[in-house]
Design a protein around this ligand. Structure first.
Ligand code: IPM
Ligand code: MG
Length: 361
């Protein structure tokens, strides 16, 4: 049976980078017998322009039916003045919530060839291989009540609510412990248990779940300390598990360890490993339309899709090897280019990956 993949390019550089990832998928379909069928749909600003809504019902329905989803990025200057409830970002959050994609896996891996592209010293980041497991459908992103209210004295007050149920903490903890079991068996849970009751509960439940995984070494850090440790000595980490918002922040931070935010893929999974795959970077409206964004995070997201949702390990590894070869050849987009090197375009980078795949045969 052919696997159905829903392609959601979104906005900004989303359309450019997804185009390159689709090149890779089409190559595998046409030349390597990968049995997939691609369908395109609208989300984010593109969907607002066409239908008035960031997540049209039809897109959500298609996403529910698909075996896996590839998403580019959403958002842009054009839609920034819209009410927060109907902004492009709501399309992405609606997909995460609607598909119950509670487990967001964000690997921060340094390709050896890019040790010099990081702003940190090569010896601090060489060999880096961290997995951030971010809770994705709860916490302050979705907590109620939320909004802006007018106080008795006429002053406005903004408010959001940080909430986690035990069951939500437990299920993300299990994902993280199991990921750690397949890696170096170290899990660091990040919270702010010294100040926030909600994350005090987080720490308690993660510790409880940990009893079921005696082979995994569990530690806890407050988020401020975790941020410092990530830039001071990132290689002390194996798997990190944290809340929705802390995970958002720490994964951007971790991306710079690996040279560029343009390199980091992600998988957002439900309880059955159905998933949506996307680069962790955003729509980068400042460089959109210039054919200069780095498509590798999206191409590596395709590799994650093949591995986690489509059970196609060999194809996943082929893509990762092709990316490594391209980097070894010195092919670089602007974000990972050293001084004096000439960057290639988004489409040239995509072509280079397809060419490297073809060479592997
Ligand atoms: C991410 C992004 C999103 C988030 C935005 C675009 C809503 O920053 O995937 O990390 O905050 O989750
Ligand atoms: Mg983010």
């Amino acid at each position: 049976m052919r696997k159905q993949i829903l392609i959601l390019p979104g906005d900004g550089i989303g359309t450019e980078i997804v185009r390159e990832a689709v090149k890779v998928l089409n190559y595998l379909r046409e030349q390597r017998g990968l049995e997939i069928e691609l369908t395109h749909a609208l989300v984010g600003g593109a969907a607002i322009d066409a239908t008035g809504k960031p997540l049209p019902e039809e897109t959500l329905a298609q996403a529910k039916q698909a075996d896996a989803i590839l998403l580019g990025a959403v958002g842009g200057y054009k839609w920034e003045s819209l009410d927060i409830a109907i902004r492009p970002e709501k399309g992405l959050l609606g997909l995460r919530a609607g598909l119950e994609l509670f487990a967001n896996l964000r690997p921060a891996l340094l390709f050896e060839e890019l040790a010099n592209a990081s702003t940190l010293k090569p010896e601090v980041v060489a060999g880096l291989d961290i997995l951030i497991v971010r809770e994705l459908t709860g916490g302050i992103y979705f907590g109620q009540p939320r909004g802006v209210r007018v106080l008795e004295n006429g002053e406005r007050q903004g408010f959001n609510t940080l909430v986690y149920k035990e069951s939500e903490i437990r299920r993300i903890a299990h994902v993280a412990f199991q990921a750690a079991q397949k890696r170096n068996k170290k899990l660091c849970s990040v919270d702010k248990a010294n100040v926030l009751e909600c994350t005090e509960l987080w720490r308690e439940i993660v510790t409880q779940v940990g009893k079921e995984y005696p082979d995994v070494q569990l530690s806890h850090l407050y988020v401020d300390n975790a941020a410092m440790q990530l830039v001071r000595a990132p290689k002390q980490f194996d798997v990190i598990v944290t809340t929705n918002m802390f995970g958002d922040i720490l994964s951007d931070l971790a991306s710079m360890l690996s040279g560029s935010i343009g390199m980091l893929p992600s998988a957002s999974l439900d309880i059955n490993n159905k998933g949506m795959y996307e680069p962790i970077h955003g729509s980068a409206p400042d460089i959109a339309g210039h054919n200069k964004a780095n498509p590798l995070a999206t191409i590596l997201s395709v590799a994650m899709m093949l591995r986690y949702s489509l059970n196609q390990n060999a194809h996943a590894e082929a893509i990762e090897t092709a990316v490594r070869h391209v980097l070894q050849q010195g092919i670089r987009t602007a974000d990972i280019c050293a001084v004096g090197e000439t960057p290639v375009s988004t489409s040239a980078m995509g072509d280079a990956v397809v060419q490297a795949l073809a060479m592997e045969q």
